[in-house]
Design a protein around this ligand. Structure first.
Ligand code: OGA
Ligand code: MN
Length: 288
C-alpha cells in the first residue's frame, strides 16, 4: 500500500505501547489513518513523540476514530474555550478557579468513565505544558490481565457481571446531578452493571473489566465479602504486573489509548508547577 507517510511502529518491551514514527499530521490519507487504527487496536496504546500539533489538528485527527464524547458543559473545569471536543486537564488556576480537570494529585489505576453505560472507546491525550518531573502516566493491558489469570480466578470471573455505583466519585464527592443515597448499602444506589470480562467489539479479544476502583464495586449475586475478596485478588493480579508502560511526557507528545482493553494511572506532581493536557475522547459501545 502506498501512503504518503512513511509510518513505522516500534513496540515497547511492556507489550502495551508502540511508538508511531513518520506520521505527518499536516498531510495524511485514509490509508494512513487505517494503519494508525490497526496499530492502536494491536497494541492498545500508541504514542506519537514530539507531534507538536494544534488544537484544531488534534480535533481533525481524532474525528477519524469515531464520534466525539463531549464533556458535560456543567463541568466548568475542563471546558475548552473554542473546541468543545477538547477536555482540558490542567492544574493551572484562572481567576481563582481551576482551568482544567484533575488538579495535581495522583490518579490511581482506572479505565475512563467506567461508571457510564457506554464508556468511551478511545482517548487521545496531548501534552501542552508539562512539569520538569512528576505527572508520568502508566498504562497496562487488560487483555493481558485476562489472559494471564490463573485457572481458579478465570473460573470465578467467567459469566460474571460487575456493578459500579455511580453516585460518588473516587474522592467521595457527589457526581454531577446525583443526590445523597438513602440506603447504607451501595448496592442499592444508582449505578451501572457491566460484564466483568468484556469482549472487544473490533478485535474479539477478552479483557478483564475492573473499572476504576474496587470500592463501590460488587460482583453481582456474590456475597459481599466473597466479592470483595475476589476483587482484591483481581486488582492485585492486574495492577501488580511489570508489563507497564511509563510515559514520561515532553510537551508535544501524544498518547492514544484504547479504553476497552487498557487501564492507566498518573503520578502526582508539584502543585507549584503547571501541567496542561488536551484530550479528545471517542464514543464506545456498551460493554458486552
Ligand atoms: C485521562 C487521564 C492522565 C494524565 O485523561 O483520562 O487519566 O496523564 N489522564 O493526565
Ligand atoms: Mn483517565
Amino acid at each position: 500500500m502506498l501512503t504518503k507517510n512513511r509510518i513505522k511502529s516500534v513496540q515497547h518491551e511492556s507489550n502495551v505501547c508502540a511508538d508511531i514514527e513518520g506520521f505527518d499530521f499536516n498531510s495524511y490519507s485514509s490509508d494512513d489513518i487505517a494503519i494508525v487504527r490497526q496499530l492502536w487496536l494491536q497494541h492498545g496504546v500508541i504514542r506519537f513523540r514530539d507531534a507538536n500539533i494544534s488544537d484544531a489538528q488534534q480535533v481533525d485527527f481524532s474525528r477519524h476514530f469515531g464520534e466525539f464524547v463531549i464533556h458535560p458543559k456543567q463541568l466548568q473545569e475542563g471546558g475548552h474555550p473554542t473546541h468543545p471536543e477538547i477536555l482540558v486537564i490542567s492544574n493551572a488556576m484562572k481567576g481563582g478557579k481551576p482551568s482544567g480537570a484533575m488538579g495535581n494529585s495522583e490518579a490511581t489505576w482506572h479505565t475512563d468513565t467506567w461508571f457510564y453505560e457506554r464508556p468511551p472507546a478511545g482517548a487521545i491525550l496531548r501534552a501542552v505544558q508539562v512539569p520538569a518531573s512528576g505527572g508520568d502516566t502508566y498504562f497496562l493491558s487488560t487483555y493481558r490481565a485476562y489472559d494471564t489469570l490463573p485457572g481458579h480466578l478465570r473460573e470465578s470471573v467467567t459469566g460474571r457481571q460487575i456493578f459500579f455505583q455511580n453516585v460518588y466519585d473516587k474522592t467521595g464527592k457527589l457526581r454531577l446531578g446525583k443526590a445523597e443515597p438513602k440506603s447504607e448499602d451501595f448496592r442499592e444506589w444508582q449505578g451501572i452493571v457491566h460484564p466483568l470480562v468484556r469482549t472487544h467489539g473490533e478485535t474479539g479479544r477478552k479483557a478483564l473489566y475492573l473499572g476504576g476502583t474496587s470500592e463501590g464495586a460488587w460482583i453481582v449475586g456474590m456475597p459481599l465479602d466473597e466479592s470483595d475478596d475476589l476483587l482484591a485478588q483481581l486488582w492485585k493480579h492486574t495492577t501488580g504486573t511489570h508489563e507497564v508502560f511509563v510515559q514520561k511526557w515532553d510537551a508535544g507528545d501524544i498518547m492514544m489509548w484504547d479504553n476497552r482493553c487498557t487501564m492507566h494511572r498518573r503520578d502526582s506532581f508539584d502543585p507549584n508547577s503547571i501541567r496542561i493536557m488536551h484530550r479528545t475522547t471517542t464514543a464506545g459501545e456498551r460493554p458486552v
